[in-house]
Write a protein that binds this ligand. Structure first.
Ligand SMILES: [Ca+2]
Length: 357
């Protein structure tokens, strides 16, 4: 049975690959996407998310607009983040579909409270909205079976020497989430940098001949260009991590990463280390373990999963058009629909009581 997830994104290039992977995997039921400020400003993150779903012929997946700034941080780079790796808008046609009405925080709360406790939460951007939902309605916690976070770093940061971008952008929010008491798996840079995608592998995705394969090739090649220019992978040019997609793949197949169950907290007050995920591998804090922290990943398996999943097209059953997989272009597989309003999605209505399972 497919695993239900909500994917929380700040859509730049790796979020885009993660969205396509989640939407097209037969092992995942994507209940919806919620969007947060991060890789670029919120408006662009929302537009990019809509572009991705429309491009792959799945405009029915609801997209919910969330937080536009961190909880407490006011540095200009945190309010309007750098886009040198991702660019601002994705290289896909402008979206004709719209985000769902209402705020993503309220949708998250309503969706979880109406659920059977079977929707995994997969945040792959700053944790602003997840923290806000937890603080606004703590009862949602008992409905969240697991949180799989792309974020954090032990060995090296990317926003600073200490901190990874998603955690650094809103460390107060991240601290609330990692200490929320629910099962957490964390996919940090230590893991994502162990599962790179090369230019050759990106061309292999393009050769799949599917909308998702074409888009993923564009985005990965853009990432490689950005990484080679600004932060080349040690001893290995011409390849880049695709962080967020690894988190989605870890939901599908947990063996694509290797985790250690340890106490993890987030630095919010350090002079040099704000946003650092403090990993207590030797239990010196005497705190109980709270996070399954990934220190390694299986690169061949990750690339094989991307090839398998991104070679697929939108399932006809979900689009409601009766079209079979194999449509040659995203336009031909796009159902005739206007604004997406959540009621069309696979998500349970907040007004329905859920008795499943
Ligand atoms: Ca992201």
């Amino acid at each position: 049975m497919a695993t239900k997830i909500i994917l929380d994104v700040d859509t730049g290039t790796d979020d885009a690959v993660a969205l396509m992977t989640a939407a097209l995997s037969p092992d995942i039921e994507l209940v919806g996407a919620t969007v947060v400020n991060g890789n670029t400003v919120l408006d662009s993150c929302v537009e990019n998310t809509l572009r991705v779903f429309e491009w792959i012929g799945m405009p029915e997946v609801p997209v919910h607009r969330g937080m536009s700034r961190p909880l407490a941080r006011v540095q200009p780079t945190q309010l309007n983040p750098a886009t040198r790796i991702h660019g601002d808008r994705l290289d896909l046609p402008e979206a004709t579909i719209k985000a769902a009405p209402g705020h993503a925080v309220d949708w998250l709360i309503d969706t979880y409270l109406a659920s059977a406790g079977d929707i995994r939460l997969v945040p792959v951007g700053p944790l602003t909205k997840i923290a806000t939902a937890i603080v606004k309605e703590p009862r949602i916690l008992e409905y969240i079976p697991e949180i799989v976070i792309m974020g954090g770093a032990h060995d090296h940061g990317n926003s600073t020497a200490s901190a990874e971008f998603n955690i650094w952008l809103d460390p107060e929010a991240a601290r609330i989430v990692v200490n929320c008491g629910r099962p957490i798996r964390m996919v940090p840079l230590d893991a994502t940098h162990r599962a790179l995608v090369s230019g050759e592998q990106a061309e292999g995705l393009r050769a799949l001949g599917t909308p998702a394969g074409e888009a993923a090739a564009r985005f990965v090649l853009k990432r490689i260009e950005g990484y080679d220019a600004t932060q080349p992978m040690p001893h290995r040019g011409g390849a880049a991590p695709v962080h967020d997609a690894l988190a989605v793949c870890a939901v599908i197949d947990p063996t694509v990463i290797t985790t250690e169950f340890i106490p993890v907290d987030v630095e919010t007050g350090g002079e040099l280390s704000v946003g650092r995920t403090v990993c207590d591998f030797r239990f010196r804090s005497r705190r109980p373990a709270n996070v399954h922290f990934a220190m390694d990943a299986d690169e061949p398996k990750f690339n094989a999963m991307l090839r398998d999943i991104l070679g697929r097209t939108a399932p006809a059953a979900r689009s409601g058009t009766g079209q079979v997989p194999g449509a040659s272009s995203p336009r031909s597989s796009r159902p005739v629909m206007g604004a997406v309003d959540g009621a069309d999605s696979a998500s349970p209505s907040p007004l329905q009581s859920s008795s499943a399972e």
